[in-house]
Design a protein around this ligand. Structure first.
Ligand code: ASP
Ligand code: MG
Length: 308
């Protein structure tokens, strides 16, 4: 059950205090950077009839209100696309709940409740949001180096500022070089963050856009931290044409009805767009050079553990 003494030790610890200070600079810097780039911050959606299926279309985290069924947000991907009717460049600090398997308890990377900085840009191509992601990351590193020198020293962390453009490797290339579980190996072998691009359709969600010229390959990407810290963000261009979305949902073996409100909107025409979501706790973990994700937020919830 819940261990109050252990929790108090953590809440009073210098490591948590310093990590949260760095995180607060990350939040400020992200907002400042994105506002300068013409973005509008939108408020998060916590429950909705639709959420990210995340290769697992079993319904999890359901709540019933007034006889209607809502799901707890796994990601705001569909709301981001829809938000583009209102404003062409949007971002949100979006709380997500993903019930990860217990085997991920000690990964150092998985929390079942986390926050991602989620953004979407109307009419954008992947290359545009890749550049944006690099500039955002560099802006954050500069701010943290400038404002959190003592905190970084406490963690013994020397933060390098990576040059843009970051290296890119395609999923197939990475797999051929490093075998099927390449992310960890690649991450350990790199000195700076890098992109994995062109994921195969089978292993991603239906909303990342398939390349018309290369069937089965998606116009998407992950940013991966070096030194074994692993995945930072996922994103890509989106499917926005109604028939394409229906085809992709069905290919995943999902019933169209599960997404009916979204499909009704898509039938009337979504904008082409691209975007990504970057996990705030993982970013904090990388910046502090921490192996444990529990130190990157208050009330951290590890898979399989009871927590406040
Ligand atoms: N929906 C993705 C995720 O949560 C992020 C994105 O594609 O924008 O991993
Ligand atoms: Mg991802």
């Amino acid at each position: 059950m819940f261990d109050v003494d252990k929790a108090l030790d953590l809440w009073r610890s210098e490591a948590l205090r310093r990590a949260l200070r760095i995180q607060s600079v990350v939040l400020d810097a992200s907002r400042e950077f994105l506002r300068r780039q013409g973005f509008i911050e939108i408020l998060p959606v916590i429950i909705s009839p639709i959420t990210d299926p995340l290769t697992d279309h079993r319904v999890r985290g359901e709540v019933e209100c007034y006889g209607f069924k809502y799901q707890i947000t796994k990601s705001m991907i569909f709301h981001k696309q829809i938000a583009l009717f209102t404003h062409p460049r949007i971002f949100c600090f979006s709380p997500n709940v993903r019930i990860e398997s217990i085997e991920r308890r000690n990964s150092g990377k998985h929390l079942i409740e986390f926050v991602q900085l989620d953004l979407e840009v109307r009419e954008a191509k992947r290359s545009e949001v890749i550049s944006l992601g690099e500039e955002l990351f560099r802006f954050i590193v500069i701010a943290v180096r400038e404002k959190c020198r003592e905190d970084l020293e406490f963690f013994g962390r020397k933060l390098d500022l990576p040059e843009s453009p970051f290296p890119q490797i395609s999923y197939r290339e990475a797999e051929a070089k490093f075998g099927p579980d390449f992310e960890e190996k690649l991450s350990c072998s790199q000195k700076g963050p890098f992109w994995i691009i062109d994921f195969p359709m089978e292993i991603r969600e239906f909303y990342d856009r398939e390349d018309e010229n290369r069937p089965g390959i998606l116009i998407d990407m992950d940013l991966v931290y070096p030194e074994g810290f692993g995945e930072a963000l996922s994103g890509g261009e989106r499917e926005y044409i109604f028939q394409r979305i229906c085809y992709r949902i069905q290919q995943k073996g999902i019933q169209l009805e599960a997404f009916s409100p979204y499909l009704e909107i898509a039938r009337r025409g979504l904008f082409p767009s691209a975007g990504f979501g970057i996990g705030i706790e993982r970013l904090t973990r990388y910046l502090c050079g921490l192996r444990q994700i529990e130190l990157t937020r208050l009330f951290a919830k590890l898979p399989g553990e009871f927590s406040l």
